[in-house]
Design a binder for this molecule. Structure first.
Ligand SMILES: [Zn+2]
Length: 170
């Protein structure tokens, strides 16, 4: 836990009131009810108007870090994870359906949680993400053999390293 490790004073851009900065764990919503926890991100909080802000300098490395953890999860992809990975690929539902060889309504049912993604489509979606993020070389395909059928969304806490890369905290 890195709560309130650093504190200093700033000025609120909205009202000019005194602003407190601290490093806190922050819950980032991603899709549906699912989200991840970011360790020790800078939070600003205005003492006068109550305005709260979160500073995440670059979203790209963060989204890649989340995607890298999701494609390595042991359970089947859950509905919000399918939505997250599709958006990470910048695909529409129709395009993802074409890429996976299924129909658009099938993708809609997966994302609405009305039907679990099939085991082959699950693995192919992960492979598309690995190729998209050019991470395929560092991935052990044997991990696909260990994927189980349960589909709870992954509980994930991410930490940023000195190079600005985000990865799952142990
Ligand atoms: Zn303010």
């Amino acid at each position: 836990m890195t709560k309130n490790k650093k504190k200093d004073l700033g000025v609120c851009p909205d009202c000019g009131g005194p602003e407190r900065r601290s490093r806190e764990n922050h819950r980032l919503p991603l899709a549906g009810e699912w989200g991840v926890t970011l360790e020790g991100v800078e939070i600003t909080h205005c003492a006068k108007c109550g305005q709260r802000g979160v500073a995440i300098e670059r979203l790209g490395p963060l989204m890649r870090g989340i995607a890298a953890a999701v494609v390595r999860k042991r359970g089947r992809l859950a509905a919000p994870e399918v939505t997250f990975l599709r958006k990470h690929l910048e695909y529409t539902g129709t395009r993802l359906a074409r890429a996976l060889g299924v129909t658009g309504p099938t993708v809609s049912r997966w994302e609405a949680g009305r039907e679990p993604i099939g085991p082959s489509a699950d693995r192919l979606l992960r492979a598309l993400v690995l190729i998209h993020d050019r991470e395929a070389d560092g991935f052990d395909p044997a991990q696909f053999e260990a994927i189980e059928n349960g589909a709870a969304p992954v509980r994930l806490t991410l930490r940023k390293d000195a190079k600005g890369n985000w990865a799952a905290a142990a």
